[in-house]
Structures are given as C-alpha cells and as structure tokens.
Design a protein around this ligand. Structure first.
Ligand SMILES: NC(=O)c1ccc[n+]([C@@H]2O[C@H](COP(=O)([O-])OP(=O)(O)OC[C@H]3O[C@@H](n4cnc5c(N)ncnc54)[C@H](O)[C@@H]3O)[C@@H](O)[C@H]2O)c1
Ligand SMILES: [Zn+2]
Length: 455
C-alpha cells in the first residue's frame, strides 16, 4: 500500500484518503487507494478524504452518481400489443421476466396534456384496459402559463392519493415540453426521486426536451427558474403523435433541429435544406400519398441525427457543469426576446431569430462565406421560421450578453458557425462586429421577414 497520510508542515494539516468497502453487510472506511479484495464483498466508487488541522477535522465526501436512461424510438406505442409503454424502461432482464410471469396487475399514474388527451385519450384508455393495468389518468392544461409550482403540487397531490411504489411504478408524462418538464420536476420531488417516463407528443419535445435531464417550472417571472437535473428512466418516442401537431409547431421543432445541424452536422443541414418543406407537409409521417417512401426516410434520418447529436452533447455534461455548450447556440439573446414579446413567439421561433442574427455575426467575423450565409437563411425561410424581429435590437443584444457574462463565469462563450455543420465557441467578439452584423441583418432581412410573418 502506498503512502496514505500527508502532513503539510506549514499549516499542520493531516490528510487521509479512505476507500469504502463492504464486509459482511456493513460499510467500513479503509485508509489508502489500493484495497486487498479478499475479505471484502464490494468496494464503493465513493471516497472519504479526512483532513485534521489545529482548527478541527473535516471530511470531504466524493460520491459518484451514475444516471442510466433509455431513449427509445418505437412505432405504435399505444397499440395494445406493444409493451414498450409499460416495460420499455426496464434494463434488468430478470426484473422483466418476473413482471411477465407475475399475475399482479401493473399500476401506472399518467399525466397527459389536456389537448393531447382530447385526441389520444380513448386510445390510451383502451391500451391500459387491454393490458389489465390499474391506472389513473390526470389530464391537465399544461400550457406555458400553467408551467408553475402550483401545477406540480396538484400533480403531487393526485400522485399521493394514488399511492406509488417508488421502485417499480414510474410516473408517465405524455405531452409537449411543458407537460414533460412539470411532471419531471414533480416526480423528482416525490419521495425525493420517483422515476418517471417521458412520452413527447410535439416535434420540439421529441428531439429536445425528451433527450436530456432537465425538468422545471417557471418562477418569479423567469422561465424554468425552479427545476432539477434528473433524467427520466426512459423517453419513449413515437412519431405518430406528431401528425396532429399544428404546422407552426412543426416549424418550431425544426428550429431546434436546425440548431444541431448548424453546430455539428452538415448532412442534417443538407437534409433540412432539401426536404424541409416535405417534412412540414408530411408532419414526419410515413404514409403519405404525395411524397411516398422518401418522406419516411427523410423523417427518420432527421430525427435520428438530431437525437444522436443532442445526446453526444448532453451525456458528458448532464448537469451542465461545462459552460462551453454548442447547444446554447440560438439561446443567448432569444430568452430575453421570448419573454419580451410573450406570447407572440414560440420558443423555437425566438431561437431561430437569434440564430439568424448570429449567422450574420459569423459572416461579419469572416467565419462564414456569403454563399454559406445565404444558404442558411434560405433554409430557415424554407422551414417557415421567422429570421428577423424588430424587438431584437442592439440594446437587447448588449443587455443579454452582459447578463451572460455574469452567469457564465465571466466569459461570453458564444457558439458561432464556422462553416456548414461546424462551430466553435468565441469569447471576444467586438462591439463593432456585433453592430455591423446587426445593421446588415436589418438591411437584408427586415423586409423579407415581414412578408414571411404575414403569410
Ligand atoms: N427539458 C428540456 O431540456 C427542454 C428542452 C426544450 C424545451 N423545453 C421546454 O419545452 C416547452 C416547449 O415545448 P413544446 O414546444 O412541446 O410546447 P407545449 O408543451 O406547450 O406544446 C405545444 C402545444 O401543442 C399541443 N400539443 C402537444 N402535443 C400535441 C399533439 N400531438 N397534437 C396536437 N397538439 C399537441 C399542446 O397542448 C400545446 O398547446 C418550453 O416550456 C420549454 O422550456 C424543455
Ligand atoms: Zn431551446
């Protein structure tokens, strides 16, 4: 065993590192990094570091926590023969076997967006009845205005009345990003952490809100001010829900997809450039008489790339400790714009206006050619997204970037495209560049954007 104790002479600190080992059912701290495994059942990845000084003793606990969650794309999630909704989150094969053999009915508490319930509620009930599930369906108007602690508490009240086995009965959320965020927060509060499942029914929540770990509600007039980083046990994705989503909300989701394309995937950009209109017309559905098989191929490619690129950025940074995030593209100025003009812009629309301006910043900085800039803007217009807004002023830009400096460790950390499907983070974009980009952006896009918005 190596040297385990260090005495720092100047401040007279004695430091000891302990490993934690389980011997006959009880945990014991053992000094040192290397443990002789023989008499030990299990060595924990956790450590305790003890420090003794003349002022007292302190223990620093390092306890690594692993989150495992599944993102599953499936067809016919509400077809009675598809068991994914009930057992798709289970990773342990023995547990799955036990459930299949057991005669005990499965119990599930389900929160569903009211509008989604109006469309899919009877199908959901039939599914649960056919699978002999004991259930409670709570339909709520999960709108941005109701994205509050009050709604979360209402859910918790009903969950408490229903009674849940925290280990085996995950709460299921079915709806758009608002519903998934509120239920996720409620679940993470109930008995300190009850597992939950996300079933997204909008395009935005399908490729964005479902994939990560964030939950939240609005508070003190700020978006998602209360929340937690607790991922669902599973996100169960079925594109068929998207068929009833209004066209404007499909564009809204396409904005977040375009963000990933511009930051990291040229192929996805080209796909959106070429097939954006078809994706809007077909609403990502397979059985389309006009476009045939090509619509299904484009839809599944686009969602798959959007999800995998998003997972690549999120998985190593689940709690957003690393502040250099490409997924922040389009989210530097847009939150202030979105709140300022609420409810006239949807989230993805505000994000797109921000991205459109940033494309001009990139061009002005010599990072994008004129042709690349034009291609990106015309792709945005093709996706029926706004590319300009009169409230997106230099004042709003400066104020938002100053706020960002405060919350991002003193650096602006501005993701900018440096070619199609490539990006880097910049910290020193000058006021001059921001200003020139804004002038050009207004000159070139204010007129065309007016006509797009009126259409
Ligand atoms: N947690 C995250 O990582 C994350 C990421 C992105 C966005 N969000 C959050 O997501 C929210 C936006 O999500 P959204 O765009 O899905 O909005 P939303 O949840 O408000 O849904 C949009 C509208 O579509 C309706 N709807 C939902 N599914 C439908 C369907 N299949 N058919 C017909 N109508 C349907 C809803 O009733 C609602 O009126 C924001 O609050 C945002 O903060 C969270
Ligand atoms: Zn977003």
């Amino acid at each position: 065993m190596g040297k385990v104790q260090q005495v720092d002479c100047e401040c007279k600190e004695k430091k000891t590192e302990f490993s934690l080992v389980r011997v006959k059912g009880t945990w014991k701290s053992k000094p040192g990094k290397k443990i002789n495994k023989d008499p030990v059942d299990c060595v924990s990845p956790a450590k305790i570091f003890e420090s003794v000084t003349e002022h007292g003793t302190s223990w620093t606990v390092v306890s690594p926590i692993t989150f495992t969650y599944k993102v599953t794309e499936t067809h016919g999630l509400l077809d009675p023969g598809n068991s994914t909704l009930l057992v798709g989150h289970i990773t342990d094969s023995q547990q799955l076997e036990d459930i299949k053999k057991s005669n005990k009915p499965i119990r599930r508490f389900i929160v569903i967006d009211q509008e989604v319930c109006d469309i899919y509620g009877s199908k959901l009930t039939e599914y649960l009845e056919a699978n002999n599930v004991m259930y409670k369906i709570l339909a709520l108007p999960t709108t941005e205005e109701n994205k509050s602690m009050e709604t979360a508490l209402k859910i918790l009240d009903e969950v408490n009345n229903f009674g849940l086995d925290r280990r085996t009965e995950p709460i299921i959320a079915i709806g758009g990003g608002v519903c998934l965020d509120i239920v996720g927060l409620a679940a993470s509060l109930y008995r300190r952490r009850t597992p939950y499942i996300r079933v997204p029914t909008t395009l935005l929540s399908y490729i964005d809100a479902s994939v990560g770990a964030k939950t939240g509600v609005n508070f003190a007039n700020c978006k998602n001010k209360l929340g937690a980083y607790i991922p669902p046990v599973a996100a169960l994705l079925d594109l068929s829900f998207i068929q009833s989503v209004p066209r404007r909300h499909i564009s809204n989701g396409l904005a977040e997809m375009l963000k990933m394309a511009l930051m990291k995937h040229k192929g996805l950009f080209e796909l959106l450039e070429e097939h954006g209109c078809m994706l809007l017309d077909t609403k990502f559905q397979a059985d389309n008489t006009v476009y045939g098989h090509s619509s299904q191929k484009a839809a599944s490619q686009a969602t798959r790339i959007a999800i995998t690129t998003m997972l690549e950025e999120l998985a190593p940074n689940l709690w957003e400790d690393d502040l250099n995030r490409l997924v922040d593209f389009g989210h530097l100025i847009s939150p202030a714009l979105e709140m300022k003009v609420l409810p006239s812009l949807l989230h993805g629309e505000a994000v797109n206006i921000d991205m459109s301006y940033m494309v001009y910043v990139s061009h002005e900085s010599g990072l994008l050619t004129e042709e690349e800039k034009k291609r990106i803007i015309s792709c945005m217009v093709g996706l029926e997204l706004p590319v300009w807004h009169e409230e997106f002023t230099m004042e709003l830009i400066q104020k938002s970037l100053q706020d960002r400096l405060k919350h991002s460790g003193g650096l602006v950390r501005m993701p900018l495209p440096v070619g199609l499907g490539q990006a880097e983070i910049f910290n020193s974009t000058s006021y001059d560049v921001l200003y020139r980009a804004h002038v050009k952006w207004c000159e070139e896009l204010s007129v065309s954007s007016d006509s797009t918005c009126d259409a």
